[in-house]
Write a protein that binds this ligand. Structure first.
Ligand SMILES: *[C@@H]1O[C@H](CO)[C@@H](O)[C@H](O)[C@H]1NC(C)=O
Ligand SMILES: *[C@@H]1O[C@H](CO)[C@@H](O)[C@H](O)[C@H]1NC(C)=O
Ligand SMILES: *[C@@H]1O[C@H](CO)[C@@H](O)[C@H](O)[C@H]1NC(C)=O
Ligand SMILES: *[C@@H]1O[C@H](CO)[C@@H](O)[C@H](O)[C@H]1NC(C)=O
Ligand SMILES: *[C@@H]1O[C@H](CO)[C@@H](O)[C@H](O)[C@H]1NC(C)=O
Ligand SMILES: *[C@@H]1O[C@H](CO)[C@@H](O)[C@H](O)[C@H]1NC(C)=O
Length: 500
């Protein structure tokens, strides 16, 4: 834990030193009721609700050049068709369709023709001829058993961690077992390929992860969609980014600064309870705006680099708790093409230990490329590179995808039919390649037993900071919105009490 605290403080010192050299705008700071850190699913949603339902002014500070966070839509400029490399669809939870309607985004059912699954060990490029995937009926039975197992923990896990045991000793012991033990205990192996394919957006060690984190990531709402109990939807345009572009237009310049991060943070002078934020351009570090706010809603991943500007505030806490305990997976997503890749097929990365047994499937060791998944009626493929929290270099991640492709070419698993092994066209074409950021925030069993997660909501309201985002909730846009509602209620109630 100590090294994380040091990293936080070092990063903060570096930022402040940097900010000291810049020429901060000396004008009177611009007043907003609430500063929202991060313009992903939670931050964008919160901004709309705070303004329109609670009559508050906001400023969203987003480090990227768009809103939408984990949405990664690549648009083929030739046809206008969108291809989703990140968030795939939206699960129909209460309030979700109404929110799309409010923003004026027509929706459609998300239907997808299933691909043929081909299991390949990407470390050798060899197809696993001896691996027999589960029969659909067995998979369904196993998913039902998983659902029954996971559902009993929903009351302490959703929405957010409000009802999670405060004392680490009260955490149900099953939640602290590695997922592989749960798979054995409940005979879930027929569901593992599906779980891996669905949570491929991030768990770098699915089987070694604690059951708690698998239930959080592969949450009951996703299982219900897979079992046909609930359904997902998408924008009728088939471009998930459209929702966030519409939110950006609706909020306007006065409520959003893009390509920006918080560089400085301080209490306002005198006895005021206001906070002053210096906002800098992400690329140049130059301070471009100063805002004076009553409260901060933090929605980004609570990783050291994101928390650094607030580190002095955090360091006065008696226990850094979840901020120091959180670890992450780091992911990168892309759209690629090459004529050696088979159509209507998903090449799924699987460890060769998975054969010759029927299943279980052994997910690959990280860092890995999860798969090459052909998008319906197209010749492009979805890829995703996954590693631990230090797997943040986009070029290194891209090389992982390229290597997986080259191994399959060399092994003759792909490309032989059309003679594509000739060197001039052996390179994979990247249509789109984006960091997908830190996902699947988790805390080790040791820190959980010390109560790191149970104490997490003690940080709500502390120094007028409020917390939402995927680390505090499920990995599901519409579930995050539900959780964010609970935080907004608290925030708005508190501000009313303090400021009238
Ligand atoms: C909304 O807030 C503004 C500024 O604080 C105030 O002037 C206005 O009366 C409020 N409107 C409603 C409907 O509460
Ligand atoms: C989506 O599917 C549901 C249930 O099958 C149906 O009632 C609804 O009309 C469909 N919506 C659209 C936009 O196609
Ligand atoms: C485990 O599940 C599979 C399919 O899901 C089933 O065929 C098998 O009989 C189950 N085994 C036990 C011991 O329940
Ligand atoms: C070979 O090329 C044809 C025509 O482009 C394509 O339909 C087929 O999928 C390719 N086969 C492989 C293995 O790439
Ligand atoms: C990532 O790197 C940091 C700094 O070297 C190290 O302290 C941390 O343990 C690493 N994380 C993992 C999961 O290995
Ligand atoms: C495949 O490549 C070989 C060697 O370059 C060549 O002789 C052959 O004609 C090619 N076949 C096709 C179908 O392109």
């Amino acid at each position: 834990m100590l090294s994380k605290i040091q990293a936080l403080l070092a990063a903060a010192t570096a930022l402040w030193a940097f900010a000291g050299h810049a020429a901060p705008a000396e004008d009177e700071p611009i007043y907003r009721d609430v500063a929202i850190i991060g313009g992903g699913a939670s931050g964008s949603y919160a901004a709309v609700r705070l303004r329109e339902d609670y009559n508050m002014s906001v400023i969203v500070i987003e480090k990227g050049d768009r809103l939408g966070g984990h949405v990664n839509t690549w648009v083929d400029q030739a046809t206008g068709r969108g291809f989703e490399a990140g968030v795939q669809n939206y699960i129909d939870l209460p309030g979700a369709k109404e929110f799309f309607a409010r923003i004026g985004i027509p929706i459609a059912n998300s239907t997808r023709a299933p691909n043929e699954q081909v299991y390949v060990d990407f470390t050798t490029g060899q197809r696993l001829a001896g691996f027999v995937p589960p029969q659909p009926a067995d998979r369904t039975e196993a998913l039902r058993r998983y659902l029954a197992f996971a559902e009993q923990y929903v009351p302490i896990m959703e929405p957010g961690w409000w009802n999670f045991p405060k004392d680490g000793a009260d955490i149900p012991p099953e939640l602290l077992l590695p997922f592989r033990d749960i798979v054995d205990k409940y005979n879930l192996s027929a569901a593992v390929p599906q779980i891996f394919a669905t949570t491929g957006f991030g768990m770098h060690d699915l089987m070694g992860s604690l059951a708690l984190w698998v239930i959080r990531s592969f949450n009951v709402d996703m299982v219900r969609v897979l079992l046909g109990i609930n359904a997902g939807f998408v924008p009728a345009s088939r471009r998930n980014q459209d929702l966030y572009d519409a939110i950006l237009a609706r909020l306007g310049k006065e409520a959003v600064v893009l390509s920006s991060t918080v560089a400085t943070f301080a209490k306002a002078p005198r006895k005021s309870r206001m906070k002053i934020l210096g906002v800098a351009n992400s690329a140049t570090g130059e301070i471009t705006h100063r805002f004076k706010v009553k409260a901060v809603l933090f929605t980004a991943a609570p990783a050291p680099a994101n928390i650094a500007p607030f580190a002095t505030f955090l360091s006065i806490l008696p226990d850094l708790g979840p901020f120091a305990a959180f670890k992450f997976s780091a992911t990168h997503v892309g759209v690629v093409s090459h004529r050696a890749l088979p159509l209507k097929t998903t090449l799924a990365n699987t460890r060769s230990e998975s054969q010759p047994a029927r299943y279980p499937l052994s997910p690959p060791a990280h860092p890995f490329n999860a798969r090459f998944e052909n998008y319906a009626d197209s010749s492009v493929y979805r890829v995703m590179a996954v590693g631990d929290e230090n797997f943040t270099d986009p070029d290194r991640a891209r090389a992982v995808v390229e290597t997986s492709f080259e191994k399959m070419m060399a092994a003759g698993t792909i490309g032989t039919e059309n003679n594509t092994t000739s060197t001039q066209d052996s390179r994979l074409e990247f249509k789109y390649w984006q960091p997908h950021g830190l996902v699947n925030a988790y805390i080790d069993a040791e820190d959980l037993k010390k109560g790191a997660l149970g104490k997490i909501h003690d940080f709500q309201a502390y120094y007028d900071f409020y917390w939402t985002g995927a680390a505090w909730s499920v990995h599901l846009t519409t579930g995050l919105w539900q959780f964010t509602d609970t935080v907004l209620e608290r925030l708005v109630g508190d501000l009313k009490k303090i400021w009238g």
